[in-house]
Design a protein around this ligand. Structure first.
Ligand code: ADP
Length: 515
């Protein structure tokens, strides 16, 4: 059963399919080339025998006359004139006379002036002398033709030897009557050459095919080996060892590109796994702190508090920590809603200046407590169609960050400017700033710029604030930018479109910056 599966896997495998495609292509190509070549060879050989016969025809015309011969009862005869002592002439004439026929226009062979026998060679007899009716037809056709007419025929001798016949008409010099003359030559050698060629190719093609397929199979195997290696390496990578990478081969080919892409994907996965791990650790830490505190407060109340004030104080502290707890839970809930696209903007037209002014007022108390000067520069009126709750959350997050990261004696400024195309909101502080390498990540979920030292600094939150800000800006079809110089301060610039806002529902999971 498993062997059957192994076979099936081999046949479905890329290597096998590549080899088969290669073999089919090879077969078509080789057969095509062989057939074309054979056709050209056949026509070349045919031309060659025709040329030969054309030459013989010209020689024959030079040595043969058709005329009355007196000592033969004054009958028309075919007479050959050549110098019997000249070996060249003799060879030419004897060669021409090997396969030949001379007949009158009615198809009857005329006598030979020397032998007084009909002018038909025995070899011509062997291939079957033309019927008088056929000869008559040819003579009529040749006489009617404006150009000299040549007839070509392929015949076979009784032993199966192939013979090509060239025939046409010749006019008697004496009285100008047309006579039918045919000469022929064997082309058995040409047929043999063609057969030999066919056999060679019939043997070579399957051999070449087998060799080519084996080579193709080997090469496909070689080309695919690294793919298998990549697959095996990829299989070893799991959630617990995401730091593993597939080694590149430095070949600079498509496979290297695939490996690189794969490694980058693992890198991103590792980063998000790391973020999730960090998040779980942060959440449990964030939750544990208020829970431990609440427990402590309750223990105090239960075991040591005696007066009503002491009870009240313990309860008050426990409530404060419960507030912090519910704040975290709310953030988590909001996050899950954001991830499932459940947050719907409730837009209404309102005066943004009033919203900003109210918030800046509310932040005056914590600002004073932190020893930071908080000011606002606002125009008298700024009408915009926005979701009040979300815009307030956005400004709150930015202001609380600015206050959190600005030391005593610093300043935070919130300004608003109305341009024809957009409304610009700027939150600027002269606090500790953000190192350049962290700037691209601050809008990522759960990202917090590491504080000085190894322990997380107490002022750090869950790293969700700016992610929400980015989402809110995006949901309003706006843009957010950040400029920061470590030690000098940070500036967040938000531009919201002045006219109209985008879709009411935003699927948060699609936001690149997280929200
Ligand atoms: P958090 O809840 O930690 O404030 P945020 O998403 O609001 O999370 O901010 C992400 C990180 O960006 C913060 O941890 C902080 O290090 C940095 N950051 C944000 N705003 C400022 C700012 N005004 N000045 C300096 N650093 C800032």
């Amino acid at each position: 059963m498993s062997r059957q599966r192994d076979f099936r896997r081999v046949f479905r495998g890329l290597r096998f399919r590549l080899t088969i495609s290669y073999a089919v292509l090879f077969t078509v190509l080789l057969t095509g080339v062989a057939l074309t070549f054979r056709a050209r060879l056949a026509s070349g050989l045919d031309n060659q025998i025709q040329e030969e016969l054309n030459g013989d025809w010209a020689a024959m015309k030079g040595y043969m006359r058709i005329e009355p011969v007196l000592d033969f009862g004054n009958r028309i005869c075919s007479a050959w004139y050549y110098d019997g002592d000249d070996p060249d002439e003799t060879t030419i004439v004897l060669d021409t006379r090997k396969i030949y026929l001379v007949a009158d226009q009615f198809g009857n062979p005329i006598p030979d002036s020397v032998t007084h026998e009909p002018s038909v060679s025995t070899a011509y007899d062997d291939i079957g002398v033309d019927k008088p009716a056929d000869i008559r037809k040819k003579v009529l056709e040749a006489v009617a033709s404006p150009k000299p007419k040549i007839f070509w025929e392929d015949r076979k001798t009784s032993t199966g030897e192939p013979v090509k016949i060239r025939s046409g008409i010749v006019f008697s010099e004496g009285h100008g009557a047309p006579y039918y003359v045919a000469i022929g030559a064997s082309y058995a050698d040409n047929v043999k050459t063609l057969h030999a060629y066919t056999w060679i190719f019939a043997g070579v093609i399957p051999g070449a095919l087998l060799l080519g397929s084996l080579l193709g199979y080997y090469m496909a195997g070689r080309a695919l080996t690294p793919v298998l290696a990549v697959a095996q390496a990829a299989q070893r990578i799991s959630g617990s060892n995401l730091s593993m990478r597939i080694p590149t081969r430095d070949a600079g080919d498509e496979l290297d590109y695939l490996i690189l892409t794969f490694n980058r994907m693992i890198e991103r996965l590792e980063a998000s796994f790391q973020q999730m791990r960090q998040f779980s650790a942060d959440v449990s830490h964030e939750l544990r702190t208020p829970i431990t505190a609440i427990r402590g407060q309750l223990e105090v109340a239960l075991f040591t508090a005696q007066t009503t004030d002491q009870y009240r104080e313990a309860m008050f502290n426990a409530l404060t920590d419960i507030d912090r707890l519910s704040q975290i839970v709310r953030a988590l809930l909001l996050l899950s809603q954001a991830e499932t696209g459940q947050i719907v903007l409730q837009k209404s037209r309102l005066n943004l200046c009033e919203v900003v002014d109210d918030l800046v007022d509310q932040f005056q108390i914590p600002a004073e407590a932190a020893g930071v000067r908080l000011t606002a520069q606002l125009p008298p009126e700024c009408s915009a169609e926005v979701d009040r709750v979300q815009i307030e959350r956005m400004i709150t997050n930015l202001l609380s960050n600015a206050l959190k990261f600005t030391p005593e004696g610093g300043a935070v400024t919130m300004s608003l400017q109305v341009e024809p195309q957009f409304i610009e909101l700027v939150v600027e502080d002269n606090g500790r700033g953000i190192p350049t390498e962290h700037l691209p990540h601050i809008f990522d979920r759960f990202y917090r710029v590491p504080g000085q030292g190894t322990a997380p600094s107490p002022e750090q939150g869950l790293g969700l604030g700016l992610s929400f800000v980015a989402w809110i800006v995006k949901a309003h079809n706006g843009k957010i930018e950040v400029e920061s110089t470590p030690g000098k301060g940070t500036r967040f610039i938000i531009r919201l479109p002045n006219e109209g806002v985008g879709s009411d529902t935003m699927e948060l999971a699609r936001q690149p910056a997280g929200y």
